[in-house]
Design a protein around this ligand. Structure first.
Ligand code: GRF
Length: 228
């Protein structure tokens, strides 16, 4: 079974959704370690409550980004981690970290990449006035939010939306597409050919017929399988 590390800095709603799918047996993986650069983050409390091993230290107590990332790598190696899931981890990873787990680090971003990369993708999309917003799960490379795309979900932006209402809609989709992407990864069904990620067929799981996010139709591709 795939042993994953989850990296968090904040609320942990994606982490919680991932845990629920693992518990339900829909993701063939186990959270071997939860790591955070914000020891007081709600996500850390979720992990402790679930009995998941936690490594939580402030990056401010380390001399450099590389030193902090090295300490995370040490902890991950000790826990026998195979892959890394970024779930609201609000720090850039050092090249050394990315090299150590190349092709095995996934991230979720609240925009339809490559539009609106960076720390406030959802708010930036809203301010720009796009009519479709969404989220993207991608492999992590050295350049920010620029790795090969695994799955994307698009939702309408209504005239009356402000950033919180739009983010609520995007989050409700994140909680479905991220567990799905991790499930595919854990089943070895994602094949990256250059920038293009191909999804290998699974055991005949019918797709979810229609995806509704916050009462509005959403478009998800590749389609979500049953249970996600
Ligand atoms: C999400 O919007 C995700 O796209 C971004 O960080 C946020 C994390 O939220 N990378 P949560 O901590 O999972 O609630």
């Amino acid at each position: 079974m795939l042993r994953i590390a989850v990296l968090v800095s904040g609320k942990g709603s994606n982490f919680k959704a991932i845990l629920e799918h693992i518990t339900a047996g829909r993701i063939n993986a186990e959270v071997a370690l939860l790591l955070s650069n914000v020891p007081a983050a709600p996500a850390v409390a979720i992990a402790r409550e679930a009995g998941i091993p936690v490594w939580a230290k402030s990056h401010k107590d380390f001399p450099s980004r590389a030193a902090f990332d090295e300490a995370m790598l040490d902890a991950m190696r000790e826990s026998g981690v195979d892959a890394v899931i970024l779930a609201g981890y609000m720090r850039l990873l050092s090249p050394g970290f990315i090299r150590a787990y190349r092709g095995k680090i996934l991230n979720i971003h609240p925009s339809l990449l490559p539009a609106f990369s960076g720390v406030s993708g959802g708010a930036d999309a809203r301010d720009y006035g796009v009519k479709l917003a969404g989220c993207t799960v991608h492999f992590v490379v050295e350049d920010l939010d620029a790795g090969p795309v695994i799955i994307q979900a698009a939702v309408p932006v209504r005239d009356q939306d402000d950033t919180p209402t739009l983010m609520r809609r995007i989050h409700s989709l994140e909680h479905r597409v991220y567990p799905q992407a991790i499930a595919w990864f854990a089943e070895n069904r994602l094949v990256a050919e250059g920038r293009v990620v191909r999804l290998l067929p699974g055991v005949d799981e019918p797709a979810v017929a229609a995806v509704i996010a916050d009462g509005l139709p959403a478009l998800v591709h590749p389609p979500l399988e049953r249970g996600f």
